[in-house]
Design a protein around this ligand. Sequence first.
Ligand SMILES: Cc1ncc(COP(=O)(O)O)c(C=O)c1O
Length: 161
Amino acid sequence: MATGRYKIFSRYRSYHGATFGAGNLSGEGRRFTVEPGLPGFIKFDIPYLYREVVDFDNEEAATEFYLSRLNNQILYEGPDSIAAVFIEPIPGSNGVLIPPKGYLEGVRKLCDRYGILMICDEVMSGFGRTGKMFAVDHFDFQPDIITFAKGVTCATARLAA
Ligand SMILES: Cc1ncc(COP(=O)(O)O)c(C=O)c1O
């Protein structure tokens, strides 16, 4: 509603929940139960440097590779139809996949370039689970929105925001 756009990008190797909408957002196999699901949910590849098919010389090379693929995908999907990119800055249940140097900052720049909202899912990583209040605090960018739950109450009450 904020952007007037309808497509939502999220990554493979991500988990965003099990309800119908959140299930469509998830990039791993737990989403299969809600498929074929809703139109407009687009998945893109996550940098996965451990056992990756491509051997990168360094983290920066991996960052460049994945950002250029994301840029292409945004162009082919039509930037004007993309409302938001959802990212777990440090994924939880798909392995603790630390992003290569500059990657999240680069996604932020792509979002700014195309007027796309960057939404960080900190349901698992938020409230101190990575050593800082939020996982995004380890990096040099700011998301437009952070979603959180679990740790906000140490799970003593069902609360999410
Ligand atoms: C990263 C992440 N996002 C979202 C969810 C879903 O949270 P909720 O059950 O509060 O919708 C989970 C649940 O494990 C999660 O790990």
